[in-house]
Design a protein around this ligand. Sequence first.
Ligand SMILES: [Ca+2]
Ligand SMILES: [Ca+2]
Length: 298
Amino acid sequence: MKFWHKVLLFSLINSLVFNPNYLAFANPEIEIEPETTLTNKIISSGAIRVSVSYQPPNFDNPESMDDRNFSYQIFYNNKKQVEAKDFTMMTGGVTLKDLDSNGTDEVIVRTFSGGAHCCTNFIIYTWQDNQFIKTETGFLDGGAGNFEDLNGDGKSEFLTFDNSFLYAFSSYAGSFPPTIIYTFNNGNFEPVTRNYPKVLRETLQQMYQSIRQGQKENYEVNGVLAGYVAQKILLGEYEDGWKFMLANYDKSSDWGLDIYDSNGNVIDQYTDFPTALKAFLIEQGYLDKNGNPSANKK
Ligand SMILES: [Ca+2]
Ligand SMILES: [Ca+2]
């Protein structure tokens, strides 16, 4: 297990064991496990009721596999408002939780696509102006992220990381993407990453340790350095981060140097990692088109 995987595992265990919100079990929840079968299982909270059905995929008979094996209906005051079918395997679920602290629970649907490092999607239904508004995080690596009230105002933030950094300059295990934090407001996710410098700095410290560990073990460091520079941009310390990257990057690695055309064919190569990283940071909006740190990246 690579260093930052250990760190993630540790923080996951930590959040399960030490998070008092989790221990309170306050939120109605249906949890799907590998062998779970559900037929119209109900959870409810106030005016909201959800009925959930699930059949695990049958891998022995792939022909007959239902790619819409997870279905749910959402009611408001006993009137059916949403009927949806989706796919999930191994894990998934539905949780009722008031993410925006307006007195009405959101319906949080979690699906998992399967695959080695992939992918969780959160689908959120929020009751606004007499209808459910739907929003999604989109498929995100692994567990995707978690909802947590970071500033104690009663509204949940969604903590995740920038999936575009995975595999960009190293293997999956050698990648350490920068943090993204959203707040959930009026049915939408709004990026508020820069409002949480303490959280950013904690992850930055883990990145730093991961780079030092990688150097000690002669392991990939460029993927972590890419994340490190981006995290420094979010902290308003781009120049400092860039200098650190220049002093520490692995000149022998050619991962991420290829330049592709729109059809995915290699047409050229960047001369070195810093040049490739700069282009990538511009592409992802961390730097503006002139290569200066972008205040728009939130
Ligand atoms: Ca709410
Ligand atoms: Ca909050």
